[in-house]
Design a protein around this ligand. Structure first.
Ligand SMILES: [Zn+2]
Length: 155
């Protein structure tokens, strides 16, 4: 059994909303998915002490380095997560392709991942469209009082 998630994060990786704003935005997202079938399993807001990887699970299959243009094995990335955990704080790491120290959020991922200290996560969302459209994202941003990005994850 696999799970899909929509993970909504502030565009600034250090930024955190006020609790009331987080609650308002979370309720809004929850009502987007409330339907006759009660489709979504849960919508949760999460605050993180440190900058945390908002990964896309199996959706990420290719990573490339903007310093040398080379490919980085996805395994390297997942091993790093295993070693460090998902709370990174500092995102600078030496990459295997060219040995440069680069920030993980400067790498290019074939399927976007994010880094954040806050997220709103919807588990197993089922709608006509899987992801939020631009108007819905704008509404989440308005409630949160910060621009948001969505990461679509599959595990
Ligand atoms: Zn490189």
């Amino acid at each position: 059994m696999s799970d899909d998630y929509i993970r909504l994060i502030p565009s600034d990786k250090q930024w955190q909303p006020k609790p009331e704003a987080a609650e308002a935005a979370t309720s809004y997202v929850a009502q987007l998915f409330s339907g006759p079938q009660d489709d979504v399993e849960e919508v949760e807001a999460e605050f993180y002490d440190q900058v945390t990887l908002i990964d896309a699970g199996e959706n990420t299959t290719k990573i490339s380095c903007l310093n040398c243009g080379g490919d980085i094995a996805v395994d390297w990335f997942f091993d790093l997560i295993e070693e460090k955990g998902e709370a990174f704080g500092n995102l600078d790491f030496e990459v295997p392709c060219c040995g440069a120290v680069v920030a993980l959020d400067s790498l290019r991922y074939d399927w976007p991942v994010g880094f954040a200290r806050f997220e709103i996560c919807a588990m197993n969302p089922t709608r006509a469209k899987y992801e939020l459209d631009s108007a819905e994202l704008a509404e989440v941003a308005r409630l949160l009082q910060h621009p948001v990005t969505q990461i679509l994850a599959h595990y």
